[in-house]
Ligand binder design. Structure first.
Ligand code: PEP
Ligand code: MN
Length: 263
């Protein structure tokens, strides 16, 4: 079902009227994690004004260490809902287990499957029974074929609203947090009709590299971006080092228009 052979035209996923795929570049932005009401609503207002179409914010966080901030969980979902009510921006947030699907279907506009859960097949099957847009991140060490097969798991259940997300992969290189696989974008576009967005933040791991990678992603044909933006990156509870301040995000949005117009 994800294969372009059986579906030659590009798919467009509709998120509360915001289109992902097709002609325009759709930008999702917001903090790695929802921290406080002031933080999420403040960042939501900023990124909306700068042209983001969807608000991101983690409530359930897949942290490497069990002693790191695990997210505000249910409270985080409540705060995202408030930010949506204030700004009108649809919201995307990560799910980690199938027992939360009901709540996510109720309150969230795009359900994110993180890199670490790309091959959680039972979760993918359950998400396939919903009709929610799903953003499927590429696994840390997943091949393009494995990634597309995971999309297939969701689609096999009847949910065709899948958005792929390239967020960098594990390689021998350790200067960057991950290695952004830019060639995956044209590859996936050839193999599949699904929209693909790029996450330059988790690929780079460093805020100053987000801008060039975001531009490159648009230049190679990505349908959108998901970018971490924080009002106070120095004190962020998660991924501050790779988060843009709102002003810098705003400048990037202006530059992206020029590149999007040229491709
Ligand atoms: C995130 O988006 O905050 C995240 C945890 O991403 P990934 O699953 O790509 O590591
Ligand atoms: Mn993050």
């Amino acid at each position: 079902r994800a294969n372009r052979m059986f579906h030659p035209e590009d798919s467009i996923v509709d998120v509360c009227g915001v289109k992902v795929g097709g002609k325009q570049i759709t930008v999702m932005a917001g903090p790695c994690s929802v921290e406080t009401r002031e933080q999420i609503i403040g960042v939501a207002e900023d990124v909306k004004q700068m042209g983001a179409a969807i608000l991101r914010g983690g409530a359930f966080k897949p942290r490497t260490s069990p002693y790191s901030f695990q997210g505000l969980q249910e409270t985080g979902l409540d705060l995202l809902k408030e930010a949506k009510a204030v700004t009108g921006l649809p919201i995307i947030t990560e799910i980690m287990s199938a027992d939360k699907i009901e709540r996510f279907v109720e309150d969230v506009d795009v359900i994110q499957v993180g890199a670490r859960n790309m091959q959680n097949f039972e979760l993918l099957k359950e998400l396939g029974k919903t009709d929610k847009p799903i953003l499927l991140k590429r696994g840390l060490s997943a091949t393009i074929e494995e990634w597309l097969m995971s999309a297939e798991y969701i689609m096999a259940g009847g949910n065709d609203n899948v958005i792929l997300c390239e967020r960098g992969i594990r390689t021998f290189e350790n200067y960057t947090r991950n290695t952004l696989d830019l060639s995956a974008i044209p590859a996936v576009k050839k193999l599949s009709h699904l929209p693909v967005v790029v996450d330059p933040s988790h690929a780079a791991g460093m805020w100053w590299m987000v801008e060039p990678l975001a531009k490159a992603a648009v230049a190679v044909g990505a349908d959108g971006l998901i970018i971490e933006v924080h009002n106070d990156p120095e004190h962020a509870l998660c991924d501050g080092a790779q988060s843009l301040k709102p002003e810098r995000f705003g400048r990037l949005m202006q530059d992206l228009k020029i590149i999007a117009g040229a491709v």
